[in-house]
Each structure stands twice: as structure tokens, then as C-alpha cells.
Design a protein around this ligand. Structure first.
Ligand code: THU
Length: 148
């Protein structure tokens, strides 16, 4: 699948976000090594801190659909829903710190330095990065080796 196609899945997923408080819809699409796609969107809550990010929703869906170990690539997109019903926005959405940590966990499971394509709502700008770039010196399973 091309990066454009994966970003299109992320932008479509954002249309199903539940984001009445921020009015900022985020979608995430995760491609498997076999070309399957799992998606998620942010889901907010009146108790603001209980909101769930699109990336975590998509990782949960990916675990169910094909397993974290088969994740190949991730795309994230965010913005508002335009008058034509499509996701819109100029600014590229880069994953929050918590989501980077969740993606790092999936990277450890998959054994791949996962690529995360950040894009704007319009889908016109894409910025690919490896998770090791987005979260250098991240905390992972190796950091737990001295546990009792
Ligand atoms: N959000 C995500 O879904 N992913 C991110 O990586 C950044 C932020 C959501 C959380 C909240 O519902 C909205 O965007 C505004 O912060």
C-alpha cells in the first residue's frame, strides 16, 4: 500500500472520532505486513483526562485484527471535518508522547523500528519518521531486566 493510501485510511478513520470537547478529530491507520489495515480514532470523555487517542484505539484494533507482531507501518492524521465531509486542516499532527510510548511497545513486539507517517488533515503534507526518532532513549522491556 502506498503512503497516500494509508494516510487516506487514517483521514477516513478520523471521521468517526468522538471529539465533542476538543473538536479535533484524529485518525490512525495501521498496516500489517500482509497489507491488512486496522484503524482507530480519538474518543473523548466528559471527564477530559479519560479520553483515548487515535493511535491507542488503532493499536487495540490491530491487536485484534492481526496482532501487534505483524504491524508494518502506521499513519496518523488530524484536523476538523470540512463542509465537504472530509477531514481538513493544514498542520501536521505528530503523535503525543504517550502514543509514542504505546507505538514503541508495538515496535518491540514486531521487532521493527516502525515507521509513523504524520500528516495534516488535508492529506497534502506527510512526514515519515521511525519510532526510534520520535522517542529516542524510550523505556522498553530491556529497562525492566533488573526487576526482582
Ligand atoms: N489526540 C490523539 O488522538 N492522538 C495524538 O497523538 C494527539 C492528540 C487527540 C486527543 C484529544 O482527543 C484530541 O486529539 C485533542 O488533543
Amino acid at each position: 500500500m502506498s503512503p497516500d493510501d494509508l494516510v487516506r485510511h487514517a483521514r477516513d478513520a478520523a471521521l468517526s472520532a468522538y471529539a465533542p470537547y476538543s473538536r479535533f478529530s484524529v485518525g490512525c491507520a495501521i498496516e500489517s505486513v500482509d497489507g491488512e489495515v486496522a484503524v482507530g480514532a480519538n474518543m473523548e470523555n466528559a471527564c477530559y483526562r479519560l479520553g483515548v487517542c487515535a493511535e491507542v484505539a488503532a493499536l487495540t484494533a490491530a491487536q485484534q485484527a492481526f496482532g501487534l507482531e505483524r504491524i508494518a507501518r502506521i499513519a496518523v492524521s488530524g484536523g476538523h471535518i470540512g463542509s465537504d465531509g472530509a477531514l481538513a486542516g493544514k498542520a501536521v499532527v505528530t503523535s503525543c508522547g504517550g502514543c509514542r510510548q504505546s507505538i514503541l511497545e508495538a515496535a518491540h513486539v514486531s521487532g521493527r523500528d516502525l515507521e509513523v507517517i504524520a500528516s495534516n488533515g488535508d492529506g497534502t503534507t506527510m512526514r515519515p519518521h521511525r519510532i526510534s526518532e520520535l522517542l529516542p532513549e524510550g523505556f522498553g522491556p530491556a529497562n525492566l531486566k533488573d526487576a526482582g
